[in-house]
Unconditional design. Structure first.
Ligand code: GLU
Length: 425
C-alpha cells in the first residue's frame, strides 16, 4: 500500500473501512503523523499466483496473497479467506483489523491475513486440498510460529488447516512441526477443542455482557442472523441456549423467517443435508435483505463485509448489532446507526473469540499441553466479558461509541508496544 491510497472516504470496501477507522482513531488519540504512518502501513504484502495441476490434467490458476500488517506485539495472526473475489485490498484491510483485534483481546500477536482467489463451489475436495497445499508451499517462507500464523476464515476450515500442517511437516520430513504454524487444525492433529465454535460463542458472550450492562434480559431478545456458516450457525445456537429467540436466518442460498422462532437444530440438519438455508420448511422463505431488515432486537451480521451500507442502514429495525463478520458496516452506515442510538458491538471485540482460542491452540502446541473444553470455554467467556467491560467503561467515560472505545484501546496498545520496543533496530 502506498501513501497515495491511504486517503479514505466513508463509503467503500473493507480496506476503506479499516483505514477510515484507523485514521479517526489516530486523530482521537492525537498520534503524531510518524506514529500514525507506522501503525497504518502494512509491514509486508505478498502477492503471487499458483498453478497446481489437478488429477484430470487441468491447471488451477489462483491469485494468492499474504499480508502481515503489524508484528509489534507478536507474530502476525489471521485467517485465510478463499473466495472468488478476494483481493489485495481486502486482505490488507482485514490484516489491519487483526492488528487491533489481537491487541484489544490481549493476545501476543500482530495482525495478518491471507487470500486465495478461487470459487470454492467449483472445487472437488481433492482439488481444494491441492490448491491449499500449493498455497502453503508457495507461501512457506512467510508462514511460521514467529512470523505469520494462519487460521480459517471465509471459505476455509479445519480440514484445510490439517492439510497445511501436513504439508509443512512433510516438507521437513518430520511428524510434527516445530511450534505452531497454523491454528484451527483438526483436534486429532493438535488443534484445540472448541476452536470451531469459539467465534460464534464469543459473539454471544459479548451480547450477554452487553445485556447485563444494559439491564436487558438476554432471554427476551429476538435475534436475526445473516450468514449461517461457522460464526452465524454457532451464534444462533448459543442464543437459543441463552433462552433467546432466533426469528430470521440467511445464507447465500436465501433466507427463512419465523416470528415465533426458528428451530435452529432442525435448520442445521437441513443445511447439512441440502447445503443451504433455502427450502427449510420450518419458516417462511424470505430474501437475504429481509433478514437484515427483520423485526427483531438483535442483528448478528455474520457473513461478508460491507453488508450494511448507507443504503439499507435506515431500514434496520434491531436496536443492538453484534458484528460477527469483519467490517459488516460501512463507516456511513455506522454513523447512521449511531445517530439512531443503535448499540453496536464492534467486530474487533465481538468476533475476537476465534483468535483468542487460536492463541490457546498456539500455546497448547508450543508447550505440548492438552487443554480441556471446559477450560477453553471458561477462558473464552472470561476474556470476552472482561474485554467487553473494559470497552464499555471507556465508552461511558469518554462518551464515545463502542467502536471508538474498542479502537482506542487496541490502537493504543500497539503504540505502547512501539514505544516500549524503542526506536533502534
Ligand atoms: N479468521 C478469524 C478472524 O477474522 C480468526 C483468525 C485467527 O484465529 O487467527 O478473526
Amino acid at each position: 500500500m502506498t501513501s497515495e491510497n491511504t486517503s479514505v472516504t466513508a463509503a467503500g470496501g473493507i480496506l476503506q473501512t479499516a483505514l477510515w477507522n484507523a485514521q479517526k482513531t489516530a486523530e482521537r488519540l492525537k498520534l503524531s503523523e510518524d506514529v500514525t504512518r507506522r501503525i497504518i502501513e502494512p509491514v509486508e504484502q505478498i502477492r503471487t499466483v499458483i498453478h497446481p495441476q489437478v488429477p484430470n490434467g487441468e491447471m488451477l490458476h489462483a491469485r494468492v496473497y499474504v499480508v502481515r500488517h503489524n508484528d509489534v506485539l507478536g507474530p502476525s495472526k489471521g485467517g485465510i479467506r478463499m473466495t472468488d473475489s478476494v483481493n489485495l485490498n481486502e486482505v490488507t484491510g482485514l490484516a489491519m483489523e487483526m492488528t487491533w483485534k489481537t491487541a484489544l483481546i490481549g493476545v501476543p500477536f500482530g495482525g495478518g491475513k491471507s487470500g486465495i482467489r478461487y470459487d470454492t463451489s467449483k472445487l472437488k475436495p481433492t482439488e481444494k486440498e491441492i490448491l491449499v497445499r500449493a498455497f502453503t508451499r508457495g507461501m512457506r517462507r512467510h508462514i511460521g510460529p514467529e512470523i505469520y500464523v494462519p487460521a480459517p476464515d471465509m471459505g476455509t476450515n479445519e480440514i484445510d488447516m490439517g492439510h497445511m500442517r501436513d504439508c509443512i511437516s512433510y516438507s521437513s520430513g518430520t511428524s510434527i512441526t516445530a511450534g505452531c504454524f497454523v491454528t484451527g487444525k483438526p483436534v486429532v492433529l493438535g488443534g484445540i477443542v472448541g476452536r470451531r465454535e469459539a467465534t460464534g460463542q464469543g459473539v454471544v458472550a459479548t451480547v450477554a455482557a452487553a445485556c447485563k450492562r444494559l439491564n436487558r434480559p438476554i432471554a427476551k431478545l429476538r435475534a436475526a442472523v445473516q450468514g449461517f456458516g461457522n460464526v452465524g450457525a454457532v451464534a444462533a445456537q448459543s442464543m437459543i441456549q441463552q433462552g433467546a429467540t432466533v426469528v430470521a436466518v440467511s445464507d447465500i442460498t436465501g433466507g427463512v423467517l419465523h416470528e415465533d422462532g426458528l428451530d435452529i437444530s432442525m435448520l442445521i440438519e437441513h443445511v447439512k443435508a441440502t447445503g443451504g438455508v433455502k427450502g427449510f420448511r420450518g419458516g417462511k422463505a424470505v430474501s437475504f435483505d429481509d433478514v437484515l431488515e427483520a423485526d427483531c432486537d438483535l442483528l448478528i451480521p455474520a457473513a461478508g463485509g460491507s453488508a450494511i451500507t448507507d443504503e439499507n442502514a435506515g431500514r434496520i429495525k434491531a436496536d443492538m448489532i453484534a458484528e460477527g463478520a469483519n467490517a459488516p458496516l460501512t463507516p456511513a452506515a455506522d454513523e447512521i446507526l449511531n445517530d439512531r442510538k443503535v448499540f453496536i458491538i464492534p467486530d474487533i471485540l465481538c468476533n475476537a473469540g476465534g483468535v483468542f482460542v487460536s492463541y490457546l491452540e498456539y500455546t497448547q502446541e508450543t508447550q505440548r499441553d492438552q487443554i480441556t473444553r471446559a477450560e477453553v470455554e471458561k477462558r473464552l467467556t472470561e476474556r470476552m466479558t472482561t474485554t467487553f467491560e473494559d470497552v464499555h467503561d471507556r465508552s461511558l467515560r469518554m462518551k464515545e461509541s463502542m467502536r471508538h472505545a474498542a479502537m482506542d484501546i487496541g490502537v493504543q496498545r500497539v503504540v505502547d508496544g512501539i514505544i516500549s520496543r524503542g526506536l533502534l533496530p
